[in-house]
Design a protein around this ligand. Sequence first.
Ligand code: SAM
Length: 227
Amino acid sequence: MRRRTETWDLLVDSLVNDGALRTPNVVRAMKQVPRVLFLPEGASDYATVDAPLPIGKGQTVSAPHMVAIMNEALELRVGHHVLEVGAGCGWHAAAIAEIVAPKDAPRSEKGHVYTVEIVAELAQLARENIMRHGFGDRVTVVHGDGSLGYSEQSPYDRILVTAAAPEIPAPLLDQLKAGGVLVIPVGSVHLFQTLIRMRKNVDSGMTRENLGGVAFVPLTGRYGHTV
Ligand code: SAM
């Protein structure tokens, strides 16, 4: 494990050198939460390869550079109330929790991550990983259709979607706070997708930015693709 952790640190350092990672608390969180801890057996040998990896049920955990790009784009701060759509194995949610609710922050200032997963077996995998690695007080895993958001805990400071939607689901925009940020891949199934950042202005108007081309598994559910 020690050698793997050193190799993970080298990968994170290379993401800093490439410019994918820039903000000290985002870099620290990536180092604190190595991907290997969340991978099923078989995939863990490849944890330090900068590529998506299989997590079962035909789904993948994102590549480290993509998690880095999304976490920087989200402009995360301590205390943020965050919704992730697509929990997968729980790794990305844990890396965000390490930014918005670091262990040394006073309890009253800690944020929280709600992560929704549509595949029951993956929701269970994410929940087990989150509990096993000590994130149970900072991350809540919900089994359900995250294309509808998770209105029970809305509004959110930040929302991220880790699967590509045909269009931005309206419930996610509704569940974003004024001043909040949503990061989401939008496009067709597997090809021609763009990472979009939406900012909800204080007057509730929206600003849309194109952050570049990406390749994600499709978002399913009510506002997702029919696959
Ligand atoms: N963030 C994850 C991690 O750290 O492992 C990786 C996410 S994987 C690229 C995308 C995930 O989105 C898959 O697990 C898939 O089942 C899930 N997904 C797709 N459509 C969904 C929906 N409507 N609601 C919730 N999860 C969904």
